[in-house]
Design a protein around this ligand. Structure first.
Ligand SMILES: [Zn+2]
Ligand SMILES: [Zn+2]
Length: 532
């Protein structure tokens, strides 16, 4: 029976280029999506660019452009990065679309009707001459720590994070008038009501979610869940769908994370699927794939929003939250200047070489290190030395001796049985989110191929017993076809190239591929070049 699978890849924020850390966090989702599609399951795999919020408005003001031009620029860059690396999203969208805005508003109304969103007045900075409440960034004052010039949310001098209430001697950044405090109406989400339910959700998934996700969630719960503001005094964002909130926008924390539902809904709409039914508890298996800094959003806030919308929506089944990638054994950061962007990476290396490295060396359970040396060593050892070698030693021999003609032989029964076992084991690893072990296992299969070739010594068989030689070669080609199928979730472009080499036209699926009849090698091209 076909299963319903929902996969949400994290939404990158549109004010900086993506780097290898993002890729390590996001790539496992693509493997999971490709695997389930090969299985014939109904997959909805979505993500998009998180395009609202203060950092974008700050940057826009600094560069003297509009916030949407910043967001559009990075969105276009992300789309190109994901295309370059063969991500197979059913939809990669942005929070700037009308579709997203309209659906977010509808979800907000449902949460309000269900009693989880309420109004609350709070004292807020107001400029009497502009006759407007001020956002944090429109407040200029004095830092309580260093007495330097501070904004409403941060000191420009000592960089301390501030709340507007701590800032001294506050003035309006637009006109310079002294601010006064005035009661302002905001909407709040009753997150505190979900403390017990999130605790139970975490207990229930203690052995399914990644270890770091379970840990971080308990830590977050220990601090006690507190209600969060839904509205914000801002100009850049989605309008609030209630009267008397026309001067405010929906806070980005609530709107961006609902992108999973709005994007999923869009895919379902386009495919003619009933999304509510698709996402019902018991009807779907869901995966949320992101970096560890995003854990509480996916294990606490998002499930609480889901419960506030509808008790029957599936809550995150799998949390695939990776650790950090360090650069040459140092923490990656913009200030250190040691980030490698995906723009740079894709301009230097083959996309499958990048995919292979990030999956096989991904920070699944602990921080990992990225260095050019490791990258090159891995490429040469596994792509050139293991996979490339198996394909090349077989096919170039056939080219040299038989003009590329491969006669049908008998496929080794042990190898057939072994092949089926590999599909089962790799599939089970992917379903449990163990992507690193899964790609290792898939390359073990390639090594089995090399071992089989060496053990059978076809270079001797060719002179002594041509039938034995044909059986060996045909078994190797059978394995090659299965590599081109089994490696599809990990390095899809290379799989297509292997198929093209032998003019194999099987439809990919997660089961053993059979080959029939004589075959002809189509080209001499190496799969991978050795890197220096
Ligand atoms: Zn300061
Ligand atoms: Zn003013």
């Amino acid at each position: 029976m076909n299963r319903n699978i929902f996969i949400g890849g994290a939404w990158p924020y549109a004010n900086n280029s993506l780097h290898v850390g993002h890729l390590a966090a996001l790539l496992p989702a693509d493997v999971i999506a490709r695997y389930y599609r090969l299985n014939g399951d109904n997959v909805i795999y979505v993500s998009g660019t998180d395009s609202h919020g203060t950092p974008i408005t700050v940057r826009a003001r600094k560069e003297n452009v509009s916030p949407d031009s910043i967001a559009e620029k990075y969105h276009a860059e992300f789309v190109k990065n994901f295309n370059d690396l063969d991500f197979s999203y059913d939809l990669y969208t942005t929070t700037m679309t009308d579709y997203h805005a309209e659906h977010v508003k509808a979800y907000l109304k449902r949460m309000y009707d269900n009693g989880f969103i309420y109004e609350k007045e709070e004292e807020q900075d107001f400029c009497p001459s502009c006759n407007a409440f001020l956002s944090d960034r429109e407040i200029i004052g004095v830092c309580p720590h260093c007495h330097g010039v501070a904004k409403g949310d941060q000191c420009d001098n000592c960089l301390a994070t501030l709340s507007a209430s701590e800032v001294l001697d506050k003035k309006c950044a637009n006109c310079g008038s002294k601010t006064i405090l005035k009661p302002n109406k905001h909407l709040y989400f009753a997150l505190s009501k979900f403390q017990d339910k999130i605790k139970k959700l975490t207990d229930d998934h203690a052995n399914i979610w990644r270890y770091n996700a379970v840990n971080e969630t308990y830590k977050f719960l220990d601090m006690g869940l507190i209600d969060r503001a839904v509205t914000r005094q801002l100009e850049w964002g989605i309008d609030v769908p209630f009267e008397h909130f026309e001067d405010k926008k929906i806070y980005v924390w609530i709107e961006a994370v609902l992108g999973y539902l709005t994007a999923g809904n869009k895919v379902a709409d386009d495919k003619g699927i009933d999304f509510e039914k698709f996402m019902q508890k018991g009807n779907v298996t869901s995966y949320y794939v992101h970096g560890k800094d995003n854990i509480p959003f996916h294990t606490v806030i998002y499930p609480s929003l889901l419960m506030a919308i509808d008790e029957n929506i599936d809550l995150p089944d799998h949390i695939i939250s990776c650790e950090y990638v360090n650069m040459n054994n140092e923490k990656m950061s913009k200030s250190k200047g040691n980030l490698i962007s995906l723009n740079e990476l894709t301009s230097m290396f083959d996309k499958d070489s990048i995919r292979y490295f990030m999956l096989a060396n991904g920070p699944e359970n602990k921080d990992t290190n990225f260095s050019m040396q490791d990258f090159i060593t891995n490429h040469n050892k596994f792509l050139v030395g293991t996979l490339g070698n198996f394909v090349n030693r077989n096919l170039s021999f056939m080219n040299k001796k038989f003009d590329g003609k491969i006669c049908e032989g008998k496929i080794d029964e042990n190898i057939k049985a072994l092949t089926k076992d590999y599909y089962n084991e790799i599939g089970s690893l992917i379903e449990r989110g163990k992507i690193k072990s899964a790609i290792e296992k898939a390359f073990d299969y390639v090594s089995e191929g090399n071992r089989y070739y060496s053990d059978r010594k076809p270079w001797e068989q060719v002179n002594n017993d041509i039938d034995e030689f044909n059986d060996t070669t045909y078994t190797c080609v059978y394995m090659m076809a299965n590599m081109a199928n089994m490696l599809m979730p990990f390095i899809p472009h290379t799989c297509e190239r292997i198929k093209a080499k032998l003019a194999l036209d099987f439809a990919p699926s997660w089961k053993e591929v059979e080959i029939k009849g004589n075959l002809q090698v189509q080209n001499n091209e190496l799969l991978f070049e050795r890197l220096q």
